[in-house]
Design a protein around this ligand. Sequence first.
Ligand code: PLP
Length: 439
Amino acid sequence: MSEVRYHSTRAAEGTPGVPFEEALLRGLAPDGGLYLPRPLLPLPQDWREATSPADLAARILPPYLGAARADVEQAFRAALDFPMPIEPLSRERYVLELFHGPTLAFKDVGARSMARLMAVAADRRGRRATVLVATSGDTGSAVADAFKGFDAVRVVLLYPEGRISEMQERQLAAARPGVQAFRVRGSFDDCQRLVKGAFADPALAPLGLSSANSINVGRLLPQALYYLWGALQIERLRGRHEELDVCVPSGNLGNVTAGVLAAGMGWAAGRFLVAHNVNDFFPDFLRSRAEAYAFRPTRATLSNAMDVGAPSNFERLLALAGEELPRMMWGASVDDAATLERMRTSDREDGYLPCPHTAVGLEAVERYRRESGEVKPVMVLATAHPSKFPDAVRRATGREAPRSEALDRLASVPRNALPLAPEPGALRDALLALDDVSP
Ligand SMILES: *Cc1c(COP(=O)(O)O)cnc(C)c1O
């Protein structure tokens, strides 16, 4: 079995990499770069015979995780215990629904897989890890849900009080064993600043702080699996093997980076259509091929999980595919009006109601086809369930959003979020106090 190591995007050529566990527990490399696996091994011959995403994990990931096949299979069967079906729409469009996990967004895939891998790693090191996350929505609830009840890892969430929706707050503040939420009197940027400060604080080093956002390579590798799983399902539906274009609603660019990893393993994808809302740094970069690029301040939109002005995975994409990006990818920027219009049209013409993020993707497909004349079959990643966005659904269709049992259940879960002042000292004290009560 060849040995895959993890290398920082900022490391000099020839610097030795680290094993998976270290990359997973650290999150960010010590030089501030992001970890990438090297080499990317060719997919095993038999990957097309896989019967589920967990089966794909067992066939592909052991050398990446430095783990035995049986252990990988067991972890991923437990983590990916929800369906990821293909929904065929008209005109050679296929939607891969990634939102049937417990928090109804695709982030469950990466977070639930990573939680299991991290619990195993922390256990083996005989040390409890603390995952610290600043969140304004989907990531926090997926991570909190994924890690609940693992003794070896505790989760601390910071969210900006009064600046997220009622439904998001319900999801974040729900009481869960091993999870503590703090409502910060400040903005999301304050939360992120606090988290950064905590990682650099020597007084907190004994806590073994880890990150769980999409800078963690432990989330990206599992996400590569569903590209293959979606392609396999489409192949079986159509009865032939052919190249697909793939459309990815994007913000921090973690999702599409996972697709590029799958391509690096030898999956023959067509083009990646990278669909952004008006936070469109990346589509502009693809178009202008700018050597000197500049990130931008974030703008609020209906597809708020994609409101990212400075995507952190950009650095990874450059390191992975650099010069080739403009050939591999095509980018679009879709504003709120076009997003609502696409939700309405999709609902009316295809009987398929997408969430605002997925609608950005569906709109990008139309624009790409118009511009390129290309009508290859396309796989569109559906990233969230429409029931999480009742306002957008009402505005687009005039109807109430479909109910979801998972969200209804949350309404009655008790909340447990402690107030926190937006000051580094306050977070330090709160974290050390947690350690006193639950060593
Ligand atoms: C996070 C998220 C995205 C964006 O994914 P990235 O990996 O950040 O590009 C898209 N849609 C939904 C619903 C999300 O939660």
